[in-house]
Design a binder for this molecule. Structure first.
Ligand SMILES: CC(C)(COP(=O)(O)OP(=O)(O)OC[C@H]1O[C@@H](n2cnc3c(N)ncnc32)[C@H](O)[C@@H]1OP(=O)(O)O)[C@@H](O)C(=O)NCCC(=O)NCCS
Length: 149
């Protein structure tokens, strides 16, 4: 089992290293600090043998939740951490009264899209050329009233 715990400011060096390894336009330390301070935000990290291997930032406003950021250390991807983080996000959003969980993903991020589809997210829209180099953003939603994922 991969343990999950709340993200703190002390985690940010490790979080930023993963963020920079995973995204061409990485969030800054200030961006993560703003998320940690936000009353709508809740962020967690996943650990393996005491090492931070992934994280997820969730936002919940009334009955809508959004996965703002999720990433797993490239060297340990495909070993279940993304699943644990996303399962936590679904449970936490539902526990706080959200009925839908939304996210945006690069249309070129095959592994992430495969993970989301496995959790029952469906494509709900497209933002053309939203990311760097003209990459489209795919909008995906999951209805949280469905119990199974
Ligand atoms: C998306 C991401 C968080 C998934 O984390 P992960 O720990 O590798 O995911 P898991 O090991 O839990 O994979 C669960 C399932 O997702 C799908 N999946 C994950 N990686 C995949 C890949 N490279 N190719 C195809 N399917 C993949 C599979 O269905 C997999 O189940 P399986 O291994 O039993 O076939 C990780 O790939 C990542 O950090 N990517 C870079 C950052 C990113 O794109 N974040 C999403 C931004 S919206």
């Amino acid at each position: 089992m991969i343990p999950i715990r709340p993200m703190t400011e002390a985690d940010l060096d490790a979080v930023l290293a993963i963020e920079q390894a995973c995204f061409p336009r990485a969030w800054s330390r200030e961006h993560f600090l703003a998320e940690l301070a936000s009353r709508h935000g809740v962020a967690v990290v996943a650990e393996q043998e005491g090492r931070l291997i992934g994280y997820l930032c969730l936002s919940i406003v009334l009955d809508e939740a959004e996965v703002l950021d999720v990433a797993v250390l490239p060297t340990v991807q495909r070993s279940g951490a993304g699943t644990v983080l996303l399962a936590w996000a679904c449970d936490e959003a539902r526990r706080r009264g959200a009925t839908v969980l939304r996210l945006e993903v690069r249309a070129t991020s095959g592994p992430a899209i495969a993970l989301y589809e496995r959790f029952g997210f469906v494509r709900s829209g497209l933002r053309k050329a939203y990311y760097e180099n003209g990459v489209d953003a795919l909008l995906m939603d999951k209805n949280l009233s469905e119990e199974e994922y």
